[in-house]
Design a binder for this molecule. Structure first.
Ligand SMILES: Cc1cc2nc3c(=O)[nH]c(=O)nc-3n(C[C@H](O)[C@H](O)[C@H](O)COP(=O)(O)O)c2cc1C
Length: 225
């Protein structure tokens, strides 16, 4: 499928970008991103939002890792407080990859932003899980260091090609502090199990990783166990 081919190219090209130019996002791209958000929200009941020209959330001078510069736009990933982490990761990463296909750059943000300054409504039972910084980067970012494929999966010489391709795409995924705390297991035939290991945001990471695996392996080749 054409769209999956584009998303796979986006997986290879994407790196976190934390410094943005002043160029405003094109109206046609805003429309496409909003359409995707509407379809995700209709499917999940989440309240993901696109916040444009709202620099406040990134103004705070926090001593955490990750320094943002000129971030004026972001996705706010608003979803139920409990039990939504993995799906926030999965659907949030759809927005990341779509943005990349449109020539935009992104960075997931769990810590280094000002929660009280997020410019969108949040219902009583919900919270802002993460932001995704968005804009035209001043650079395209750099490839992160990766764990060995054998540390994150049970891949061997006899594993099917689609499994290996899925794990490779998973290794390209963004994870919090680049921890890559996940394990992908081929159970024989067409069955695959994905597990989050202990670590901050590892449930969100798992959802991100599962989307990457699906695109890398091809959804027609396997089912999740
Ligand atoms: C759930 C999640 C939370 C993150 N939170 C932050 C953050 O608070 N601040 C930051 O600068 N980067 C954050 N990142 C970005 C990671 O540091 C980055 O994805 C990782 O180092 C891998 O680099 P890459 O995205 O360029 O491949 C986060 C990433 C994920 C997936």
């Amino acid at each position: 499928m054409e769209i999956d081919r584009k998303l796979k190219a986006a997986i290879a090209a994407r790196h976190s970008v934390r410094a943005f130019s002043d160029r405003p996002i094109e109206p046609a791209q805003i429309e496409e991103l909003r359409r995707k958000i509407d379809s995700i929200n209709a499917q999940t009941g989440f309240h993901f939002a696109l916040c444009l020209d709202e620099p406040e959330a990134f103004c705070a001078n926090k001593p955490h890792y990750g320094a943002f510069s000129n971030c004026r736009n972001y996705f706010a990933l608003v979803a139920p407080k409990r039990g939504a982490g993995e799906r926030v990761g999965y659907y949030g990463e759809m927005l990341v990859l779509l943005a990349q296909t449109l020539g935009l750059n992104t960075c997931w943000v769990a810590l280094t932003y000002e929660k009280a300054k997020v410019a969108c409504p949040v219902l009583e039972n919900e919270k802002v899980h993460d932001l995704i910084a968005l804009g035209y980067g001043t650079t395209q970012g750099v490839q992160h260091k990766s764990r060995d494929i054998k540390h994150v999966s049970n891949v061997t010489e006899t594993s099917p090609d689609w499994f290996r391709a899925g794990v490779q795409a998973a290794l390209d995924a963004p994870t919090a502090i680049n921890q890559q705390r996940f394990y992908l297991e081929w159970l024989g035939d067409n069955r695959v199990r994905a597990k989050a290991l202990l670590g901050p945001c590892s449930k969100t990471d798992l959802g991100i990783v599962k989307l990457h695996f699906e695109l890398g392996a091809g959804r027609e080749n396997f089912t999740w166990a």
